[in-house]
Design a protein around this ligand. Structure first.
Ligand code: GDP
Length: 635
């Protein structure tokens, strides 16, 4: 079945130790579905994985399935029936997810990919984890005696919200201050997503504070934390400013209560702390720690989006971000780092000098505004860096971290926002743009990154063995197949198609080969299609491809410089010419829902017709950046 094969290629199938090691050596993030032979890989997530791959279009994201029984490294996963996903970066385990929880899986993929990119691109530190869910039998017994959270209900944390873990410690509770503190928490705009009263056991307190185990007063801390009732809270913010972790830490003040009283007298610790260790409240240090603490203190927690509760899935969404021309180069780097840190993937990126006309088109809603002349001046003063950013709730999240569009307001009200931090001296226009809504995002992305079409061909040498695999790669890389046909080229067609090589020594050989059997012609469409498809092909000569792009189609399937399996137009102009030559009049824009097995011959009408010009190809509705080169990845 074709669909089965497609799934197999989306996820590399790892069935022995050697393949496992090969997988660990793969650059980027690999998400492995560990399965038992008797039940097979998790089918439920395949379409989700495909969607994520298409949305992110990222070469550093890989999926694999691995059978626990045949891989030594997975010995401890044998006989476990719950779906388990292991996330590997640079050969190290970086995250684990149990259960086929689609929204959570999606979020973790986006986040872990962003983290891995941070490691690869900016030399960040990779945080390896141990799979704590895997307890040895003797340890399991001990585990069972741990008092579990009394609240057996699942605690639902909206995946779109950031959260932090807060504890009102035994000293404040013993002094009867818990209710007062809780009221202050709510008054300050924090939302309590979960609330439990309980006494931590010594073991729990020790585990909870294990990162402080080396400190001199660690034992005292453990004793104190297990000495009486605490209130354990999961907090988010009513106005989700995305960084509730930092907001809460700000609200509680410095850990040292003397310092708190001096520097932040209005903070909770200044008001309720009694002495060094007894500082009344706790807050997670960062988002990662909040996640670990949440899982530790509320083992029944799960994240869910509001839409998921209504039975719908969450989507990875895209938004358009612009770094305006006058933002200094070094600030650009810093902004890009913040983008990655915030869980976004940069799917497309290009640097462009805009004309006045283009600025008017892009900002057509603003042309009548008082600030438009300043905006126009700013936007045409140098090259602007445009990016599509992908993550869950991208539009909202990007706007949240940007802060108010008025730079003065941003400086006064959200000094930590990107617009405040990167504001340019004496410049009324803010430094960064974000799409206002999902619809706007689509329009704006299309303006900077109009969809392109290219002509692809599966050459005769690849038709027998590799056709389906190539077809699958096309889909996995987010191309839409607009038209396709299987045909045997006539001598005249092959000669005309490769006419630029007429004078070359290999010309007759080439024509001979191209007519030697059936081939598949395809029109592929996506943003930056020409360049992206060429990148997937690799160099003309498969030997060279093996050296420089071992993952490319020619490296994998080509046998020599002539028999190199696949073709792709080399420029946008060539793409237009080749598509017109092969397909002639294209009257349908509809995407074909082919599956690679049922190759159909479609539309090859009158070649002389110029309907091609009317197909809307590469022309954005705004008349935007239709015929410029684009970059995917680094500019
Ligand atoms: P492409 O755009 O990467 O396909 O490369 P070209 O347009 O330069 O060449 C067209 C096709 O001609 C290639 O895909 C090869 O099949 C073939 N070809 C190119 N160079 C050579 C060569 O030096 N020797 C032979 N035998 N074939 C070649």
């Amino acid at each position: 079945m074709a669909s089965k094969k497609k799934e197999a290629s989306l996820q590399a199938s790892v069935t022995n130790q050697e393949q496992w090691e090969e997988m660990l050596a793969t650059k980027g993030l690999t998400v492995v579905d560990v399965y038992q032979q008797w039940c097979g890989p998790c089918r439920a997530v395949v379409s989700l994985l495909r969607k994520i791959k298409n949305e992110l279009g990222d070469d550093l994201l890989h999926f694999a399935t691995a059978e626990a029984d045949s891989i030594d490294a997975l010995e401890r996963y044998r006989g476990k029936c719950e779906p388990t996903f292991l996330f590997y970066g640079g050969g190290e385990l970086v995250a684990v997810l149990r259960g086929a929880n689609a929204p959570l899986l999606q979020r973790m993929i986006v986040e872990e990919l962003a983290k891995e990119k941070l490691v690869l691109e900016q030399g960040g530190e990779r945080k390896a984890v141990k799979d704590d869910g895997l307890v040895d039998d003797d340890k399991a017994e001990e585990e069972e005696t741990l008092p579990q959270s009394e609240n057996k209900e699942s605690i639902i944390v909206p995946a779109s919200k950031s959260y932090t873990v807060a504890i009102i410690k035994p000293d404040a509770v013993a002094h009867g201050k818990a209710n007062e503190i809780i009221m202050k928490i709510q008054d300050a705009g924090f939302e309590i997503l979960a609330h439990e009263e309980r006494t931590l056991t010594e073991v729990e307190a020790r585990d909870f504070y294990q990162h402080k185990a080396a400190e001199v007063d660690f034992e005292d801390l453990v004793q104190f934390m297990s000495s009486g009732l605490s209130h354990i809270l999961v907090l988010s913010q009513v106005e989700d400013s995305t960084n509730v972790v930092a907001a809460w830490r700000e609200f509680i003040g410095p850990a040292d209560i003397e310092e708190a009283r001096r520097e932040k007298p209005e903070s909770l610790r200044a008001q309720y702390g009694t002495q060094a260790l007894f500082n009344a409240v706790h807050g997670s240090e960062d988002i990662d720690q909040a996640g670990r603490e949440l899982a530790f203190l509320f083992p029944n927690f799960r994240t869910a989006s509001v839409t998921e509760q209504d039975g719908e899935e969450e989507r990875v969404e895209r938004t358009l971000a612009l770094i305006r021309p006058n933002v200094a180069r070094e600030n650009r780097e810093e902004i890009l780092a913040k983008i990655h840190e915030s869980g976004f993937t940069v799917a497309l990126q290009r640097e462009e000098m805009l004309t006045e006309k283009q600025v008017r088109q892009f900002y057509f809603q603003h042309v009548e505004e008082d600030f438009f002349p300043a905006l126009l001046q700013n936007m045409t003063s140098g090259p602007v860096l445009a990016m599509t950013l992908a993550r869950i709730e991208a539009v909202e999240h990007w706007n949240n971290i940007l802060g108010p569009s008025d730079v003065n307001k941003a400086r006064e009200e959200s000094p930590e926002s990107l617009r405040a931090q990167f504001a340019v001296e004496n410049e009324p226009i803010n430094p960064l743009h974000g799409s206002a809504s999902h619809d706007e995002a689509e329009r704006e992305i299309n303006f900077f990154f109009p969809k392109q079409q290219t002509l692809a061909m599966i050459k005769p040498d690849a038709m027998m063995e590799h056709k389906e695999k190539i077809w699958e790669e096309i889909h996995a890389n987010g191309f839409s197949v607009m038209q396709q046909k299987e045909t045997v080229l006539s001598r005249e067609t092959a000669e005309e198609f490769y006419k630029e090589h007429r004078e070359k020594l290999f010309f007759s050989q080439l024509v001979e080969f191209m007519c030697s059997g059936p081939c598949v012609m395809l029109i592929l469409k996506k943003e930056n299609a020409v360049e992206d498809w060429r990148a997937m092909l690799g160099p003309t000569d498969p030997d060279q491809a093996k050296e420089t792009s071992p993952d490319s189609l020619r490296a994998r399937f080509g046998s020599d410089i002539l028999h190199n399996s696949v073709h792709g137009s080399s420029t946008e102009k060539h793409a237009e010419e080749e598509i017109r030559f092969i397909f002639g009049d294209i009257s349908s824009e509809a995407e074909l829902a082919g599956d690679g097995e049922t190759v159909t011959t479609v539309l090859a009408k009158d070649k002389d017709s110029s309907a091609y010009e009317n197909s809307g190809m590469s022309k954005s509705p705004t008349g935007g950046m239709s015929d410029n080169k684009q970059h995917n990845g680094d500019p």
